[in-house]
Design a protein around this ligand. Structure first.
Ligand SMILES: [Zn+2]
Length: 321
């Protein structure tokens, strides 16, 4: 179906994550009018399809919509119809999700990678607006990437373009969820941050306990929020964990800059809760590692505007074509 959707019409955005399926009715300005959610079933597959279908039906009960955009963590075919693989969801490989949803709901459907969808929300309504080209990193547990050039999301030939989290920075390095070793995601992400903090705690028990006391006092209670609070209160291990993460990211950004020459780089996801505490050392590392330093302007490094709703909003807007 063609996606000639008028501005006055509403669309649905669905965000399929490892733990939940979140749906929302969204207007042409990116405002969410209502939401519905279900848990992502552990079994994935058909059970998951059923939950997605229920979320959509619930939203359709109260709103007339003109299309459905779906954001899904994983590799999506370049025609935006099929989930090729989704490492965090069981039995979710080679799923003809676009065809199945279109058949059930008779509406235009677009499936998009979650980071691309989030990037699109930032480009249309958020921090990426007015920059060209502009890169996007979404750094939660892992690291997703998006790239908009001349007003279009860059997907590459086979749909895996702009997967910035899987650039190799260490030959023979840490094994990554993608199956390769030494990806930047393993060195600059929420999970890397936790690893650095745990390494620090193992070396300095006293400072480590001070850090853990920002949570429930135990290693099990160590979360991104705890780490951020501790860093804001000047805990040395927490600050060092953020700095190590920022150093890797800044060094990778220096390489990406030579490859893509972005005007700005937007950073979203959980790490941005730490704000300048994280972004400042990223900028410093970028400057430190930049090739041909001082011969060209460096990209601006800016925090994303959208939080957890970015994928939902971006997907809903993408189906407008
Ligand atoms: Zn990887």
């Amino acid at each position: 179906m063609s996606n000639q959707i008028p501005n006055s019409a509403l669309t649905i955005g669905i965000d399929i994550g490892g733990t939940k399926v979140l749906g929302g009715v969204v207007d042409s300005l990116g405002q969410i009018l209502s939401t519905a959610r279900r848990d992502t079933p552990k079994s994935g597959g058909d059970e998951l399809y059923l939950q997605i279908s229920e979320v959509i039906s619930e939203l359709l009960n109260n709103h007339k919509v003109a299309g459905i955009g779906v954001s899904c963590a994983g590799i999506i075919s370049s025609d935006r119809r099929t989930v090729i693989s989704a490492p965090n969801i069981s039995n979710w490989k080679a799923v003809s999700l676009g065809d199945r949803l279109e058949k059930e709901f008779s509406l235009p459907i677009v499936i998009e990678n979650d980071a691309n969808a989030a990037m699109w929300a930032e480009y249309k309504f958020g921090a990426a607006k007015d920059f060209n080209p502009v890169m996007f990193f979404i750094i939660g547990t892992g690291m997703g990437g998006g790239f908009v050039v001349d007003g279009k999301l860059y997907r590459g030939a086979f749909g895996i373009g702009a997967e910035f989290g899987h650039m190799k920075i260490q030959s023979g390095g840490i094994l990554c969820g993608c199956g390769a070793k030494g990806c930047i995601e393993q060195y600059a992400s929420g999970s890397a941050l936790m690893r650095y903090a745990k390494e620090g705690i193992a070396v300095d028990a006293n400072t480590g306990q001070d850090l853990l006391n920002f949570g429930d006092g135990t290693l099990n209670g160590l979360t991104g929020t705890v780490l951020t609070k501790a860093a804001q209160a000047n805990n040395k291990i927490a600050i060092s964990a953020f700095n190590t993460c920022a150093d890797w990211l800044g060094s990778a950004i220096a390489s990406y800059t030579l490859l893509l020459d972005p005007e700005a780089i937007i950073i979203g996801g959980g790490v941005v809760d730490a704000g300048e505490l994280f972004l400042r050392p990223v900028r410093e590392a970028m400057a430190k590692y930049m090739p041909f330093a001082d011969t060209h302007p460096s990209p601006k490094i800016i925090a994303a505007k959208f939080g957890n709703n970015a994928g939902l909003v971006g997907a809903a807007v993408l189906v407008r074509g």
